[in-house]
Design a protein around this ligand. Structure first.
Ligand code: 13P
Length: 318
């Protein structure tokens, strides 16, 4: 949450990263996934804009040919390593089309192991989808409960939890519907965080923005997104929360940056408001890379440009 810095979410599971590689005809192997991540993280001067990187289990265990692991490399570059702790969103029994995020079984032992491997923060993503019949209270409650249990286990084991309740952009719903679902979700999440006695000062919230759905006929301006999002957070996120780091959720990269900048003009806000983007930081660099070593410096230049733009957008400018 350092001023002017954000988080690079590079914790795609192997199936998700493989899907992204496939679209660009890049072969997905443990070696190419490692090469991609090493290329990103070693971009010269990245730590000026990025304070933390979220890793996936495979990555945190990989060593480069000289035998150095990613945590050690990141540390040398001045970046803190985090780890994705959930094991994915699975069908919620009894509620067709909805999911609950799993991974609580044995979580305290996994936290202990990742701490020893050098992780100092973690992420758990809950997925809330909007349709005519969803989200149900069952879905919101089950996910909020799991998020709070995960956050408490992290704090007990010395990791800062990133609590990520993502309301998906898929569909045709309006910004008003997104507002009310985001509000319902945040209320339930903070109620469960209270019940589990999670220390709000020692957690980061990673919410989605309040937006019309990607296929909504009623698209709105950057200012309207910023105002609706900030209003929703001011009403539902306690001021004690250590910080908010937004996800990009499939928005175009320029929109993700413009929305963040517009929100930071609406302050003063009670928490630092920055970014923890995956696709909005990686999509363009990945297209430029295409799996070819000769494109390395252009790839790193693209990442640095995006990271710098988002860093600027994260600085309050009111
Ligand atoms: P996006 O920014 O691509 O939504 O990814 C962030 C993330 O960490 C999703 O869990």
């Amino acid at each position: 949450m350092a001023r002017g810095k954000g988080i690079l979410a590079a914790d795609e599971s192997t199936p998700t990263l493989t899907k992204r590689f496939d679209k660009l005809s890049i072969t997905s192997t443990a070696e190419t996934r490692m090469a991609w991540r090493e290329l990103l993280f070693s971009s010269p001067g990245l730590s000026e804009w990025i304070s933390g990187v979220i890793l996936y289990d495979e990555t945190i265990r990989q060593n480069n040919p000289e035998g150095r692991g990613f945590v050690e490399m990141l540390d040398k570059w001045g970046i803190i390593a985090g780890i994705k702790l959930d094991t994915g969103a699975k069908p919620l029994a009894g509620f067709i089309g909805e999911t609950v995020t799993e991974g609580l079984d044995g979580l305290n032992q996994r936290v202990e192991e990742y701490y020893k491997l050098g992780a100092r923060f973690a992420k758990w993503r809950a997925v809330i989808s909007i349709s005519e019949t969803s989200p149900t209270d069952a879905c919101i409650e089950a996910n909020a409960h799991a998020l709070a249990r995960y956050a408490k286990i992290c704090q007990e084991g010395g990791l800062v939890p990133i609590v990520e309740p993502e309301v998906l952009m898929d569909g045709e719903h309006s910004i008003e519907v997104c507002y009310s679902v985001t509000e319902r979700t945040l209320l339930a999440v903070f109620e469960q965080l209270r019940v589990q006695e999670v220390k709000l000062e020692a957690m980061i919230l990673k919410p989605s923005m309040v937006l019309p759905a990607s296929d909504s006929p009623a698209q709105v301006s950057t200012t309207e997104v910023a105002e609706a999002t900030v209003k929703c957070y001011l009403r539902n996120v306690p001021a004690a929360v250590g910080g908010i780091a937004l996800l990009s959720g499939g928005q175009k990269e320029e929109n993700a940056t413009a929305h963040l900048a517009a929100m930071n003009k609406l302050g003063p806000l009670p928490w630092p408001l920055t970014f923890s983007y995956g696709r909005a930081l990686q999509d363009r660099p990945m297209r430029i890379w295409g799996g070819k070593q000769e494109n390395s410096s252009d790839t790193q230049a693209a990442l640095l440009e995006l990271a710098q733009a988002n860093s600027q957008a994260s600085i309050p400018s009111s």
